[in-house]
Design a protein around this ligand. Structure first.
Ligand code: HEC
Ligand code: HEC
Ligand code: HEC
Ligand code: HEC
Length: 452
């Protein structure tokens, strides 16, 4: 009996089927890899900390072209968006709240990354005293330029920060760019700002051990954080040594006895919050706890032809919710409706807090003008005013109108309103004058706010 032998063509078909299946498997594997893990041959060699993003762009045209779009974006959303609208015009309460400080002169909404250099050079806040440019420290450039990493490497951040805005400015010509977030060559995400490196170390955290997903948030913390200028050297410092939630940050500032300015006629030592996007988001927000990163919403993957890459056109996710939210939420329209509701709630609550703060300020001013005021009670009122206003500002200066962490934002505002009302009561008590308990004084005053 003849042994059965598969014919040659059948063997061939079998081999082809196996090969094809393997190929499909490999293709699926490749497709599901994050884009940057694909091997690539650089067209041009990029030197370490290269400030000129257009050179990096020769290797990565898609990331470069989307990054450039941040320079011309100008679409606004209800509470955010890309034009530099004035917060002081939108909400004149803030002119009173920042009286005596540069933010009462100009306070505009943020624009896209490519505008950072132009905007910092144009702000009225830094040009208040043209006769004395040395008054503005070089530290103000810290988050505005891709020239910084190389300059910090060359001279050290302490030297950079000691120089005046004019002096160091002569060596800065690029806006935010690739070198602010990436290591040349490997293209991995890195901490480029020495202040972030030091702040993490102070908490015993080593970013070089962070996962890729963690870095997709931490890289934004190079800039989108609360900070202050420490001491005469104006050394850029994140107040994180005790932790990054608001109580820990306030405790840090109180211990260091730091103030940004003194409130005119009230005598309160004030704190200005910067833009604690990272701190608010990472304070156990729903998305943070679920492992979502800043980049998931602000730099979603997009496809152009065969290329899949992270959009570097960073802006409000409400302008492209299908890409920004749709990757996880099947109903992105519903998600956006939730954002609208949350933001409206936070914005309304925030205004009530502002009214309470203004009542407190007016009461403290009146009490401070009375030589017979009980000094101890008045000081207690001031310290509550300081704390209440910083809490309000923490939510107000944060860029998402509460969305990054709705529960926490509303909790902070509730506590701020409570402290502001207590401050008002103590001020009234310090001079035994019940008329200072009047509410809604913002709507009754016509006095012009003081400017520095
Ligand atoms: C779950 C999605 C999501 C995550 C995660 C997220 N954001 Fe946002 N972000 C939003 C939304 C929604 C807004 C509100 C935009 C608006 O009001 O137009 C916003 C607003 C902003 C804005 C202001 C944008 C504007 O148009 O003015 C900045 C800046 C920002 N986020 C930075 C960050 C940073 C930094 C992180 C991480 C620490 C982060 N975001 C994490 C969704 C997200
Ligand atoms: C504000 C920070 C930031 C800047 C500025 C920036 N990138 Fe990125 N880039 C990222 C993040 C975040 C990712 C996602 C990385 C990941 O998922 O590991 C990324 C990813 C990439 C990748 C990997 C492929 C991809 O698209 O996910 C390349 C290549 C890249 N960027 C090139 C550039 C170039 C070129 C520039 C300058 C023109 C630039 N980047 C500027 C933050 C930045
Ligand atoms: C080197 C500092 C720096 C880094 C790193 C950085 N940002 Fe920014 N970002 C800024 C500055 C400064 C502005 C405001 C620029 C202006 O108003 O001219 C800004 C503006 C924005 C805006 C507002 C854009 C608009 O159109 O209104 C968003 C959103 C944003 N950043 C998100 C992010 C996210 C997400 C990351 C991390 C992937 C990140 N940024 C990393 C400094 C930085
Ligand atoms: C990478 C995935 C991811 C992205 C991107 C994402 N989300 Fe989410 N979102 C989640 C997860 C996970 C939860 C938690 C779901 C749960 O616990 O039921 C969530 C919850 C929410 C909730 C409910 C929050 C709460 O506290 O109940 C809202 C609203 C929301 N997301 C809106 C958005 C919007 C708007 C965007 C785009 C700007 C967005 N999300 C982008 C994963 C994501």
């Amino acid at each position: 009996m003849k042994k059965y032998m598969p014919s040659m063509p059948l063997i061939l078909v079998g081999v082809i089927v196996v090969l094809a299946a393997t190929l499909v498997g490999v293709l699926i594997f490749i497709r599901n890899q994050p884009p940057q893990q694909r091997a690539f041959e650089p067209l041009v060699e990029i030197k370490a900390m290269e400030p000129d993003s257009s050179l990096w762009g020769e290797n990565f045209p898609n990331q470069w072209s989307t990054h450039q779009k941040t320079g011309t974006n100008n679409v606004d959303t209800t509470y955010g968006g890309s034009s530099a609208f004035s917060w002081l015009e939108r909400d004149p309460r803030q002119v009173i709240l920042f009286a005596g400080y540069s933010f009462s002169v100009e306070y505009n909404d943020d624009r896209g990354h490519m505008n950072a250099l132009e905007d910092v050079r144009n702000t009225e806040r830094l040009n208040l005293n043209p006769d004395d440019p040395a008054r503005t420290p070089g530290t103000c450039y810290s988050c505005k330029s891709s020239n910084n990493p190389a300059l910090w490497d060359e001279m050290g951040m302490a030297e950079f920060d000691k120089m005046s805005f004019m002096e160091i400015g002569a060596r800065i010509e690029e806006p935010i760019g690739c070198a602010n977030c990436h290591e040349a060559g490997t293209m991995r995400l890195i901490v480029t700002n020495p202040a972030l490196d030091e702040a993490l170390k102070a908490q015993g955290r080593d970013w070089t051990t962070f996962t890729r997903q963690e870095m997709r948030t931490v890289v934004c913390a190079n800039c989108h954080v609360e900070y202050y200028f420490k001491g005469d050297g104006k050394y850029l410092t994140f107040p994180w040594a005790k932790g990054t939630n608001i109580d820990q940050i306030i405790a840090y500032y109180d211990e260091y006895d730091f103030k940004d300015w003194e409130y005119p006629e009230a005598g309160t030592p004030m704190l200005k919050a910067q833009h604690p996007d990272y701190e608010l988001f990472t304070a156990d927000s729903t998305h943070f706890k679920a492992g979502v990163s800043c980049s998931d919403c602000h730099m979603p993957y997009v496809s152009e032809g065969a290329a899949k890459f992270s959009s570097h056109d960073i802006h409000s996710p409400l302008l492209n919710p299908e890409q920004a939210c749709g990757q996880c939420h099947t109903d992105s329209e519903y998600a956006v409706r939730r954002v609208n509701l949350i933001q409206e709630q936070v914005a309304t609550t925030k205004q009530n807090t502002e009214d309470a703060l203004i009542d407190a300020i007016n009461a403290i001013k009146a009490a401070a003008a009375d030589p017979n005021a009980d000094a101890e009670l008045l000081d207690q009122a001031r310290s509550l005013h300081r704390k209440a206003q910083f809490m309000w500002d923490f939510v107000s200066a944060e860029n998402s109108t509460g969305f990054h962490n709705p529960e926490y934002a509303l909790k902070i505002l509730a506590e701020s309103t409570n402290l502001a009302r207590q401050a008002q009561m103590l001020a009234a008590q310090s001079v035994n004058d019940a008329s200072l308990l009047k509410m809604g004084t913002y709507y009754q005053t016509s006095e012009a706010p003081t400017t520095p």
